[in-house]
Design a protein around this ligand. Sequence first.
Ligand code: PEP
Ligand code: MN
Length: 372
Amino acid sequence: MFELQSNRNMIFDNWQSWTSNKNNTLLIAGPCSAESPEQLIQVGTHLNRLGIGVMRAGVWKPRTRPNSFEGKGVEALNWLKELKQQIPIKVATEVASPQHVEAALKYNIDVLWLGARTTVNPFLVQEIANAFQGVDIPVMIKNPINPDLALWQGAIERIYNTGNKKLAAVHRGFSSYQKSKFRNTPSWQIAIELKSNFPTLPLICDPSHIAGNREMILEVSQKALDLGYDGLMIEVHPDPALALSDADQQVSLEGLTKTIDQLRFAKKHSNDALFISQLEQLRENIDQIDQELVEILSLRKQLIEKIGDYKKENNVTVFQLERWNEILSSRTEWGKGKNMNPKFIQEIYKAIHDESIRIQTEIMGQETEKKE
Ligand code: PEP
Ligand code: MN
């Protein structure tokens, strides 16, 4: 199978620290689309009050169908520029072509992002990357619409190769034909794999495009914070029901205040000496138990080998359905008695049983030794 390279020698700039708040979590919020100067001022004033330093607002909107609202374009870039003269806030917008990059830079936009429908296209990403050459502006790269980690990494690498290290990845979930409670399935493990391949790249969650409805924004945001994400980008609108795009998923101004209040922001590390020593003690105990666990598994393996030999001698099949059903149900019951999640016990036993079958099948295939 094709294995993605982990690129640990790529060091990204910690640019988001300029506006970080709440235990170093970068908070970005703003409307899906810039609709009017008044809307931007209303949102900007509210963000300023909440201490959120970066406002998002799309000016060119990638729409699935024609004749939908496609953004206010250059006119809205000018609104954003004027907003910054009234309110101390940084502004971010999506760019989907070299012409967009050029226009956004002309209007002093502070942060740019590549949308999911752009990341998916390496030709376009390269053209945009070329437009960034020599420009040191923070760029956020959203995941592609399809669950393809290599495409996401490739887009990041293309921008990085222009010399711009002020990058961040935005996880906005993945399209799926299947019905799900999410608008875009999160598949958290893909974003986590990206983070482990690029440990110094800030990872931001976009709960709005993952959820697709405002009721789930808190839940998705909390999950991202619990997984150690570096930031959140949340869509907010003064009157969400009247929004020209993504009306269902935008929270109101009060909704945003409430969401931020209800979120648990945990520190990634603590320097508290007592905390560190207690954590170390607990980790030593875990190491000890894990060692015993591996020891026990190896004793179990010896028994499996004996059973394998025995079945072979008697010409009996490796897999015994009744025995397997009995193992699965008794172990699940034992686990329940110890307050363990039955699904977890079953997953573990499936793995143990698979290995047992593998070992026994190997024994069956070996040449029988000549008996004296
Ligand atoms: C957006 O952020 O409004 C947007 C269009 O996002 P995505 O590229 O994630 O669909
Ligand atoms: Mn949107």
